[in-house]
Write a protein that binds this ligand. Structure first.
Ligand code: NAD
Length: 447
């Protein structure tokens, strides 16, 4: 499904009604978008409902390696065909699919999305875009080359408070930004040992398909599926790759940052299995029009939260929000962006200070502050579907998503070299430390 071919009006001229996108190979005049969903449990189920809430979506295929989740999703969309293996799905019915939603664990994002793109499908892929830097780069390159509609699943990207924070920062409310400190009190790390032995694989689960391109490993209850894969190096991307993607997104986009020049992660030594439960990651970036030349960024995660420095201290002595970001201007003015759905707070000379939103929203594009997740979040999904129909562009396409994901993943890789300043060259997509380059790509298994 390509961006350039949407001439909706031409179908109306032809009198075509409700024709599927691939009725014309070039998608002219699409009237519905037929979606296939890979991973339909938990977040995938939310993605499925949000995408299907667009009136022009027809859910055509559902795929999950666990029949338990597949059954629940199928009960909601009984007309859809069901699969456990996404490769079989494309073999069987690629010509009946226009757009694919990938909501699997991180290690399967790229293999499933790249296969979908090989079939010229539009792709909505959950965050982070991929498990490896090389995969994000490949996804971006294929999407660009084929001109496909793409969107990463960072639905808060277009929420009111984040758009406002971008306007404030770009409008100079704290002047040039010299530092961002971002944090999450979540702990998607695991400091324990590698579990021994194997547990019986649940009857509903195809463990080989769940492992996909990752290496073979015995199944252990509670360690991997569902959800806990996030804590483990072979499948997830730790707290940084989970909440970090949402929390980085606004400052990263607002300051128009590229990938970093140096990355240092202060955490426990690696054990090659679980991610550290606490990480303090320091990044330096090339300056942009919105930052000072020596701009730097800190990320803190783990249950204890960041240590309170003067830069994080709040005016009335209250606790920091559990997750969020602080922009620090060169003259000491600060902007606090709590995560999430709260107004950004301006702090000047140690006191909260009012600001006039209208002075920053000069083109009145902000709209109303909804702060109701159920009403706000479908926007990001519908933006994808509308883009498939030829109406507008996606705000988190793979061009942007790959850059943001690369930045996140470099911090994750730095966790394998605690305390070491890693220098990164974006042109060659390589660290100067050769030993770190081994982690930019994976060793994919045939399955
Ligand atoms: N944007 C957000 O707010 C948000 C929130 C939560 C999760 N996520 C993202 O959504 C993704 C899924 O997270 P989750 O918490 O739902 O994980 P989960 O483990 O709870 O669920 C994953 C689902 O995918 C299925 N699955 C696994 N491998 C598959 C494969 N190869 N083919 C088809 N189905 C497969 C599982 O059976 C399960 O139904 C992750 O990338 C995560 O980062 C995003």
């Amino acid at each position: 499904m390509k961006k350039r071919d949407f001439l909706k009006t031409s179908s109306l001229a032809l009198g075509a009604a409700m024709l599927p996108l691939s009725f014309w190979s070039c998608n002219k005049g699409a009237q519905v978008v037929r979606t296939a969903h890979i991973g339909v449990g938990n977040m995938g189920f939310e993605d499925l409902k949000a995408i299907a809430s667009h009136p022009k979506v027809v859910v055509t295929a559902l795929c999950d390696v666990d029949q338990h989740y597949l059954k629940t999703a199928h009960a909601l969309f009984p007309e859809a065909q069901i699969f456990q293996d996404y490769r079989r799905m494309f073999e069987t019915m690629a010509d009946q699919i226009d757009a694919v939603v990938v909501s699997t664990p991180d290690h399967t994002h790229a293999p499933a999305s790249l296969l979908a793109m090989e079939h010229d499908k539009a792709v909505y892929c959950q965050k982070p875009l991929s498990h490896y830097v090389s995969e994000s780069r490949e996804m971006r390159s294929v999407a660009r080359k084929k001109g496909l509609v793409t969107q990463m699943g960072i639905q808060v990207h277009s929420f009111y408070d984040y758009k406002l924070a971008t306007m404030l920062v770009q409008g100079g409310i704290i002047g040039k930004v010299r530092k961002v400190i971002a944090w999450s009190n979540k702990n998607w790390g695991y400091d324990g040992p590698v579990p021994e032995g194997a547990d019986p694989v649940p009857a509903s689960l195809d463990w080989n398909l769940w492992l996909g391109t990752s290496q073979e490993r015995p199944y252990k209850e509670g360690y991997y599926h569902p959800g806990n894969w996030r804590k483990l190096m072979d499948y997830g991307c730790a707290t940084l790759g989970d909440m970090g993607v949402h929390i980085f997104d606004t400052p990263y986009a607002a300051l128009e940052l590229d990938v970093p020049n140096t990355i240092t992660n202060h955490c426990r030594p690696t054990n090659g299995y679980g991610y550290p439960e606490r990480n303090s990651v320091h990044y330096t970036f090339e300056g942009t029009p919105y930052t000072t030349a020596d701009f730097e960024w800190w990320w803190f995660d783990g249950e204890a939260g960041p240590k309170i420095s003067d830069e994080l201290r709040l005016p009335t002595g209250e606790a920091l929000p559990e997750q969020g970001a602080m922009f620090i201007g060169e003259d000491g003015r600060r902007l606090l962006l709590p995560h999430f759905m709260q107004l950004p707070k301006l702090i000047v000379e140690g006191a909260y200070t009012d600001y006039d939103i209208k002075a920053y929203d000069t083109e009145e594009t902000l709209g109303e502050a909804i702060r109701d997740y159920a009403r706000e979040s479908p926007k990001h999904y519908h933006e994808f579907i509308e883009s498939c129909l030829g109406n507008g562009n996606c705000s988190a396409d793979f061009d942007y998503a790959a850059r943001l994901t690369e930045t996140i993943l470099l911090g994750v890789i730095a966790g394998r070299f605690p305390g070491q300043v890693l220098h990164y060259d974006k042109a060659s997509s390589a660290f100067t430390a050769q030993e770190a380059n081994a982690f930019l790509q994976g060793n994919h298994r045939s399955f």
